[in-house]
Ligand binder design. Structure first.
Ligand code: ADE
Ligand code: ZN
Length: 333
């Protein structure tokens, strides 16, 4: 089967830092890692919840010091994503995670953005950047960082909200989202990954987000599921992430097929592929095997990723036409 053309809407660029690149960047920057070798690092990739992952995710970022480091990480992702069938990506970056380590906004943003600027020519992947804010740090700090991003004319199309969810509700970030909306930015937020379903409602009603990252806990509230279907709010679902962070009991019990069947705008994404066992094609592969999804269902998921993206109308049309061509040949392969 040829690769399903799709958009990736939920991807943390720092979550694409593969163990091999961690060692390479550590050597380049003269950093001593707390792991003797790749095997010792890989042995840490067992998570019990979101926080257990975040601890390793933030620790590993220590090797990112220069623009070239951010650029190399971004290039490695685009190469792998293109092979996975990704034709458009809207990636998140966590500026505060670098600022607290003494790495400037310019270093992080320019490193990533310099590669995104050529992603279409070099990889055939159109791209956009979303600045994500850490909800377990203060809203005031987030507002200051957003002001700095706007002052430096950072090439971002939107803002997001990530990191430890439970106890850090969307309602804490209303002024930040008002500031971003006033600046003409798109709005997304992680909600209902580990946190309760009312965080999803808060993100919609108080932050006025354009789409929800994860959102799987909507299953606890049938009226909310109905609303998400009615308003076609995109939910960027990350199946392998949910399994590895134990946000679901098993892939077999993942709500994605039910949500798809009920007509919600659900898409498939890799979240932090270097940590969760695979890129977007790996996510599609396990879904197809586990739920016996047919080509039309796979195309619906990929179509949702395109319609739920912030790409220009012409780019969406181009990608939907590619998807239609993919579906046509499925019966003949
Ligand atoms: N940061 C990176 N990955 C994340 C996830 N799955 N949830 C919350 N914050 C994150
Ligand atoms: Zn995420």
């Amino acid at each position: 089967m040829s690769k399903l053309p799709c958009a990736e809407l939920h991807l943390h660029i720092e979550g694409t830092l593969e163990p091999e690149l961690i060692f390479e960047l550590a050597a380049r920057n003269g950093i001593e890692l707390p792991y003797a070798d790749l095997d010792e690092l890989r042995a840490r990739y067992e998570f019990t919840d979101l926080q257990s992952f975040l601890d390793l995710y933030y620790a590993n970022m220590n090797v990112l010091r220069t623009e070239a480091d951010f650029a190399d990480m971004t290039r490695a992702y685009l190469k792998r994503a293109a092979a996975a069938g990704v034709r458009h990506v809207e990636m998140m970056v966590d500026p505060q995670a670098h600022l607290v380590r003494g790495v400037s906004l310019e270093t992080c943003i320019n490193g990533v953005a310099s590669v995104l600027a050529v992603s279409q020519e070099e990889f055939g992947v159109s791209s956009a950047l979303i600045a994500a804010f850490l909800r377990d740090r203060s809203p005031e700090e987030a507002a200051k960082v957003l002001t700095d991003l706007l002052d430096m004319n950072a090439p971002i199309i939107g803002i997001g909200l990530d990191s430890a969810e439970v106890g850090n509700p969307p309602e804490n970030f209303v002024p930040l989202y008002e500031q971003a909306r006033a600046a003409g930015l798109k709005l997304v937020a992680h909600a209902g990954e580990e946190g309760p379903s009312h965080y999803i409602e808060q993100a919609l009603d108080l932050l006025l987000v354009d789409r929800i990252d994860h959102g799987i806990r909507c299953m606890d509230d049938p009226a909310l599921v109905e609303r998400l279907e009615r308003d076609q709010i995109p939910l960027t679902i990350c199946p392998l992430s949910n399994v590895r962070l134990q946000a679901v009991d098993s892939l077999e019990s993942h709500p994605l097929p039910l949500l798809l069947e009920q007509g919600l705008n659900v898409s498939v994404n890799s979240d932090d592929p270097a940590y969760f066992g695979g890129y977007v094609d790996d996510n599609f592969a396990v879904l197809r095997e586990t739920f016996d999804l047919n080509p039309a269902q796979l195309a619906q998921l990929a179509g949702n990723s395109i319609t739920g993206s912030f790409a220009a109308a012409e780019r969406k049309d181009e990608l939907l036409a590619e998807l239609e061509a993919w579906l046509l040949v499925q019966g003949t392969e």
